[in-house]
Design a protein around this ligand. Structure first.
Ligand code: DGL
Length: 272
């Protein structure tokens, strides 16, 4: 098998999907990523299905111009609203983050009481509940939308007292529900892991779908004969694109990723 040196395309509304990119870099280090953060149109969480589908189609179109061999929708909202339709339109593999997250939560829970936090769109879609019930029909799934988390993360306010205060308010209901597992159902939320973990306490296991998504991607690349068996050549590195505010993105990305990115290239996504 010669392998395939083309990059993996990945997208989110902003920096959140970098939590998935980080896991892909750790677990499939031979692969090159082309990442797009839709920083001009973030947040996605309160927007309609039609809008998210239109945005996702444009981004997929852009990623195809970068000659990607597969696409990871590193955004729960786009995974919930657009993944299935786009999969039908594409001739390369595409995966999302919701199914992997649901699978880990089912393996984790002991009392069958699973909480999910995410954007309004993800929670309203009911997709986590659907996937969880396919695996564990008796599971109780309690969803809670946390719309202010994404702007707080995009502003880099990861441990700010305002963030702690909001987290306390959002999570109060879930704490009363005796869940033993909580899915971080938005790719921005793993960045708030320590705040969320402290509030929920030791008895609740936090599930970050990013790791499982990276493993799912690895399996898919192996199955389809798409792995880059030669590894990254010297000087070849991941590439980052945004639709706005490239400097802010670069700063946050440099805190999150195992290497410094020299810059993020701004493109006009409305042209795609
Ligand atoms: N990080 C994305 C998600 O996982 C989008 C959040 C947003 O833009 O509202 O849903």
């Amino acid at each position: 098998m010669a392998g395939d040196e083309r990059p993996i395309g990945m997208f989110d509304s902003g920096v959140g999907g970098l939590t998935v990119a980080r896991e892909v870099m750790r677990n499939i280090p031979n692969e090159r990523i082309v990442y797009f953060g839709d920083t001009a149109r973030v947040p996605y969480g309160g927007k309609s299905k039609e809008t998210i589908l239109r945005y996702s189609r444009q981004i997929v179109h852009f990623l195809r111009t970068q000659n990607v061999k597969a696409i990871v929708v590193a955004c729960n909202t786009a995974s919930a609203f657009a993944l299935e339709e786009i999969r039908r339109e594409l001739d390369i593999p595409i995966i999302g983050v919701v199914k992997p997250g649901a699978r880990v939560a089912c393996l984790t829970t002991k009392n069958n009481r699973i909480g999910v936090i995410g954007t309004r769109g993800t929670i309203a879609s009911g997709l986590y509940t659907e996937f969880i019930r396919e695996i564990r029909p008796a599971a109780q799934v309690i969803g809670k939308a946390c719309p202010l988390f994404v702007p707080l993360v995009e502003e880099g306010m990861l441990k700010d007292p305002v963030t702690v205060e909001m987290a306390e308010r959002y999570l109060k209901e879930l704490k009363e529900q005796e869940i033993d597992t909580l899915i971080l159902g938005c790719t921005h939320y793993p960045l708030l892991r320590s705040v969320i973990g402290q509030i929920m306490g030791e008895k609740v296991t936090l599930v970050n779908p990013a790791y499982e998504t990276a493993l799912g991607l690895k399996e898919l690349l192996e199955r389809e004969g798409l792995m880059n068996v030669r590894g990254l050549e010297e000087g070849v590195s991941h590439r980052f694109f945004v639709s706005d505010a490239a400097e802010n993105f670069r700063e946050i990305a440099n805190h999150m990723l195992p290497m410094d990115i020299s810059g993020a290239c701004r493109i006009n996504i409305e042209e795609y």
